[in-house]
Design a protein around this ligand. Sequence first.
Ligand code: CP
Ligand code: NVA
Length: 305
Amino acid sequence: MSTLRHFLTLADLSANELRGLLDRAIELKDLHRRGRHYEPLRGRVLAMIFEKSSTRTRVSFEAAMAHFGGHAIFLSHRDTQLGRGEPVEDSARVLSGMADLVTIRTYGHDTVERFAEYSRVPVINALTDLHHPCQLLADLQTFRELRGPLQDRTVTWVGDGNNMCHSYLEASRMLDFDLRIACPEGYEPDAEILASAPRAAIVRDPREAAAGADLVVTDVWASMGQESEQGDRVGAFTDYQVDSTVMEAAGSEALFMHCLPAHRGEEVSAEVIDGPRSAVWEEAENRLHAQKALLERLLVSDHEG
Ligand code: CP
Ligand code: NVA
């Protein structure tokens, strides 16, 4: 009998499972590019709850379910009873009686944890204020395809110690790479998550943090839910733009990634994001392939365990 698996943070996989999933994502991408039909989720239903906006996450999950022969239902908080205050626990019991899997994008991480506690089917975190593990699958796949394993390499995070930074911290611990974080004072990652990543360190200066790095990553200065802080954050993050001087400090083979959406002229210069070392479009496409590997692992018995 299979046990119920959720994917609320990257650490819900073992390091070996994570490596296997990245390899599988690359295989599934190849199958897709060759136009091969593979429908392991025929008749299966994915319910997708979104309490925040999304382009990539929504479309990649919907497309993945369509390719896999299943069906996805988009549930906006504007139209569901959850959005009108129906308890998370009740919504979990009801939805998991009808769907085979649920994705949730919400604010507090405790919401996905509570949902998972009451769900009879796997739950995937499609972004919370604390973690964005699905994005990490795509980022890690992209690096693996373009440069090989991340083990013993150096990743530089420039900007806010936010949900993406937290998921990079988990990845650093699981895949054994150095993570240097350049963030302004007051915008550090969660202390507990930082402490759990032995190869991570705060290096304030972006150029110092990027010296010799294999990958430079950034994200928006104000995440969803922080719109009212935008003005203060623009002031605090002025010196934290990934521009050509930051990329020059990194190795000549260094890649640039950003989960998107991006703000040219704020966290990244147009020259970098639209330049030759930017892998952002491959990274965005890989959301599809990496999440297919995740859906397969959570729902197809050959890939359990
Ligand atoms: N990177 C990402 O999660 O994009 P969306 O907000 O468009 O889903
Ligand atoms: N840190 C960003 C990521 C968006 C995909 C946010 O939470 O808004």
